[in-house]
Design a protein around this ligand. Structure first.
Ligand code: SF4
Ligand code: MG
Length: 324
């Protein structure tokens, strides 16, 4: 499998100012992240809220500029693209936002919402109509004839998210970034939407980056998992290795915090260590997890940033415990 997305040494920091001029510092939303996504691969990017996963997702889409490092898509660096090239890139990368209710203009009907990206790309009327109908079929928003004239407020939450997915797919992207695609939906429709994404990913051989705070859902929806903590990528591995044999203390804590229905595994139920993820305005020195880590080593973890260690087949963990 060839690489579609290559992220190297990526930092995305946001300046924070008071009254527009007094510089308070920089929020280090994403800090020195490196990752590669293969063509056709589905991955999950997991972490607690505020860990930088949405910022990372939006940077992959070219919506934030890197403060440092780069994002390459099919070998081209995004920040080097001109306006017209960026428009072409938008056709290659679809985005499903967390909030389907705010993702579409309320005064446009379904046909018009799906037509918009096609118009921007210069697709003619007849082909537009055909592609709009095909997109609605693909996400099972049927009967198509009935749906075309509806406005977003006339749709259920699940239908609205199907519409957002249809819009994200209508230009035939190679990459789909789905940021917490079901977290704002009723529990009853979550599995349906996740299954839909999985089927579409498989059928289209899409590269899917699925952003979530919920580790319990990822086994069925991703081949590989990236775990983020406080703006850093702390562990990455194929899904089974990561869930069954996590190596980073943060991932272990995160997994331990998921209630395990199997009583024989009750031992594995641990609490997430006390404390909150740190402020990204002033993250801790050294390993950012050290204030909460049960294994923290004084004089090392609170001082030096752990590098990534290879701990298995395609398995990396940024923790000093793996040092020889
Ligand atoms: Fe814990 Fe140190 Fe590993 Fe960080 S580097 S996770 S503080 S043991
Ligand atoms: Mg988010």
């Amino acid at each position: 499998m060839s690489a579609l997305v290559e992220v190297a040494d990526l930092s995305v920091h946001f300046e924070v100012r008071q009254w527009g001029f007094l510089r308070l510092g920089a929020v280090q939303a994403v800090d020195r992240v490196a990752l590669t996504l293969a063509e056709g691969e589905s991955v999950a990017i997991v972490g607690e809220s505020g860990c930088g996963k949405s910022t990372l997702a939006r940077t992959l889409l070219g919506l934030h500029r890197p403060t440092q490092g780069e994002v390459r898509f099919a070998g081209r660096e995004l920040s080097g693209l001109r306006r017209g090239e960026l428009r072409a890139y938008r056709a290659s990368a679809g985005y499903v936002q967390q909030d389907p209710f705010g993702a579409t203009a309320p005064f446009l009907d379904v046909r018009r919402i799906l037509a918009e990206p096609l118009i921007i790309q210069g697709v003619g009327r007849d082909e537009r109509e055909a592609r709009i109908r095909a997109a609605l079929e693909e996400v099972h928003l049927t009967p198509v004839e009935e749906l075309l004239g509806k406005f977003p407020h006339m749709l259920s939450g699940g239908q609205q998210q199907r519409l957002v997915i249809a819009r994200a797919l209508i230009l035939g992207p190679r990459l789909l970034v789905a940021d917490e695609p079901v977290s704002m939906l009723d529990a009853s429709v979550r599995v349906e939407i996740l299954e839909l994404l999985r089927r579409i990913q498989g059928r289209r051989r899409l590269t899917l980056a699925f952003i979530t705070h919920d580790l319990s859902t990822v086994r069925h929806y991703a081949e590989r998992i990236f775990v983020m903590y406080a703006g850093r990528l702390v562990e990455s591995a194929p899904v089974d290795a990561l869930l069954d044999a996590p190596r980073h203390p943060y991932t272990q804590a995160l997994l331990g915090a998921i209630a395990d229905p199997d009583a024989a595994n009750a031992r594995r139920q641990r609490e997430l260590p006390a404390g909150e993820p740190p402020s990204l305005l002033d993250p801790p020195r050294g390993c950012r997890f050290h204030p909460r880590c049960p294994h923290a080593m004084a004089g090392l973890c609170d001082r030096d940033d752990p590098p990534d260690f290879d701990v298995g087949e395609r398995h990396r963990s940024a923790c000093w415990l793996h040092r020889e």
